[in-house]
Design a protein around this ligand. Structure first.
Ligand code: PRP
Ligand code: MN
Ligand code: MG
Length: 182
């Protein structure tokens, strides 16, 4: 699988270090919620599942984990521009402190749609933790409180991120060789 990468952007160790820092920041910022049941981490399936699983274990507060399935990309390399909810949350989030965990913020379409949808359920607070954010002008519009790394505007795979459902199980994050998807 590593042979399909043009470049490794973040190693397994670098990711673990950054996720640990994000978890500590969240623990600090949400310490006062410990008596009100802590936080609800919402993972956007399927890409963010690995990131959220690691992040949750770096937060030293009560954490509830819930999952939403949304898809905008399908099996293609480009966003279709259409966001669909394939599976909704199991829990009610009204009055809860919610953090949406995303693996990557690309066009921002998925998160823009989700934040609007989730805020209509009246959570006590709603923030975003994204591991990666592509360096494109579109991103400026989305306010994400917790950001892991900025990454180039290439096709990124690994640590949950796929191309046609492959490479999610790569422990590192890298740039897919263009000849693989062209
Ligand atoms: C990818 C990625 C983000 C989204 C980001 O998900 O995991 O959720 O696209 O793109 P955007 O900012 O342009 O909306 P995808 O739709 O590929 O589904 P997946 O998580 O199941 O791979
Ligand atoms: Mn996704
Ligand atoms: Mg995908």
């Amino acid at each position: 699988m590593h042979n399909d990468l043009a470049e490794v952007l973040f190693t397994e160790e670098e990711i673990a270090g950054r996720v640990g820092e994000m978890g500590r920041a969240i623990t600090r910022d949400y310490a006062c919620t410990a008596d009100e049941g802590g936080i609800v981490l919402v993972s956007v399936l399927r890409g963010a599942a690995i990131f959220m699983a690691d992040l949750a274990r770096r937060i030293e507060l009560p954490v509830e984990m819930d999952y939403l399935a949304v898809s905008s990309y399908g099996n293609g390399a480009k966003s279709s521009g259409v966001v669909r909810i394939l599976k909704d949350l199991t829990s009610e989030i009204e009055g809860r402190h919610v953090i949406v965990a995303e693996d990557i913020l690309d066009s921002g379409l998925t998160l823009t749609y989700l934040l609007k949808n989730l805020s209509s359920r009246h959570p006590a607070s709603l923030e975003v933790a994204t591991l990666l954010r592509k360096k494109t002008p579109a991103q400026a519009k989305i306010d994400c409180k917790y950001l892991g790394f900025e990454c180039p505007d290439d096709f990124i795979v690994g640590y949950g991120l796929d191309y046609a459902e492959r490479y999610r199980n790569l422990p590192c994050i890298g740039i897919l060789k263009p000849e693989i998807y062209q």
